[in-house]
Write a protein that binds this ligand. Structure first.
Ligand SMILES: [Zn+2]
Length: 355
């Protein structure tokens, strides 16, 4: 199966589990999807790798079905998501309650987040000497047995551990789900969060309820649908502060440009659903990464004053080209994946149809 530019193939299955998980669609509906999770060995772009595959088995199999699949009868089980694993798998259990899969390896137990089964992501691991075989009881206890002898006996022992909760336990879980639903990718090389070209699934700790500066407080920078939470990186309000100060400092006799106004942010942090409903927004807009903002401009003259300030050494922002924006209602500035305003960075507008 091809996902994005990655070609996955699972050729040697080791273990499988099945279950039903609720799946929320883009239109707000929820369907219960019967899936199988299969672990084993396969290839990623031709290189051997341990893998987990999610198989859609939500319709009855029709004997004699032949590929290619068409969305009607006859029906074949369909692989819908893949995740390379960090160790060779020995067993897998699917936990429909937490929408996670636990993968036995004979030592650590790998946790896979299946909140979006089309994009399974790592949920970390439970470190320990767990046996190769896993089971899950109704109280959410993982039971492991197999190849781990005790210190005093030659037979294998049984280990138990409680399931980990990778959820934030508040509305951030919904926000994180949006990043998976909209398949937000970090396209910036040297990515702050993940390597370029891979999905960006924020952690609970990436969100803030307070970050901002005196001139650009949280409430002004958070323009998303969730008033109490946003991703806002320090480099964003440091950049805006520096740019605002540079604007004020331009006050003086001609020919210094008159830049004596207070910036008004028309768009700061956007959650993916908000971004998707914003006209001319980029599919992987930095507004969703907390390092971009739009500053209102009254027209071309003000836009032309602000651009060189944004591009000055002190501010060091990437600016959306006029050729993309095609109006002068705001100037989009961003500091993609930079940790400080002095980071060297090559702004890249290749292939971007929206910022
Ligand atoms: Zn923008």
């Amino acid at each position: 199966m091809t996902s994005g530019s990655t070609l996955y193939s699972l050729t040697n299955g080791v273990a499988v589990d099945v279950g039903t998980i609720p799946l929320s669609g883009l239109n707000g509906t929820t369907v219960n999807k019967q899936i199988a999770v299969l672990v084993g060995l396969g290839t990623v772009n031709g290189s051997g790798a341990p893998l987990l595959a999610v198989i859609d088995i939500s319709q009855p199999y029709v004997p004699g079905s032949q590929p290619p699949y068409t969305p009607a009868s006859p029906y074949l089980p369909q692989p819908i998501g893949f995740l390379p694993l960090s160790a060779n798998p020995t067993d897998v259990v699917l936990d429909a309650n937490t929408m996670q899969a636990y993968v036995g390896t004979g030592s650590n137990v790998l946790v896979v987040d299946l909140t979006d089964p089309y994009n399974p992501v790592s949920g970390g691991q439970i470190t320990g000497s767990f046996g190769t075989r896993l089971a899950l009881d109704t109280n959410g206890i993982i039971i492991a047995a197999g190849n781990v002898p005790s210190a005093t006996t030659t037979g294998s022992t049984v280990q138990t551990t409680t399931i980990p909760t990778t959820k934030c336990g508040d509305v951030r879980d919904n926000m994180i789900q949006e990043y998976q639903t909209y398949n937000v990718m970090d396209t910036v090389s040297g990515g702050q969060y993940v390597s370029p070209g891979t999905p960006f699934v924020p952690a609970c700790s990436n969100f803030t309820q307070t970050s901002g500066s005196v001139d650009f407080p949280f409430d002004q920078l958070n323009t998303g649908d969730f008033p109490n939470w946003a991703i806002l990186r320090n480099v964003l309000f440091a950049g805006l502060d520096t740019m605002q100060q540079a604007c004020w400092d331009q006050l003086g006799p001609a020919p210094a440009p008159v830049c004596n106004f207070n910036f008004r942010i028309t768009s700061g942090y956007r959650n993916p659903s908000d971004n998707a409903s914003t006209p001319n927004s980029g599919q992987n807009s930095r507004h969703m990464f907390g390092d971009a903002a739009d500053i209102a401009t009254s027209g071309q003259a003000q836009w032309n004053i602000l651009r060189p300030i944004a591009k000055s050494n002190a501010v060091n922002a990437c600016v959306e080209p006029y050729s993309v924006q095609k109006n002068y209602a705001h100037i989009h500035v961003e500091w993609p994946d930079m940790n400080s305003l002095t980071d060297t960075f090559t702004c890249n507008s290749n292939g971007r149809t929206g910022w």
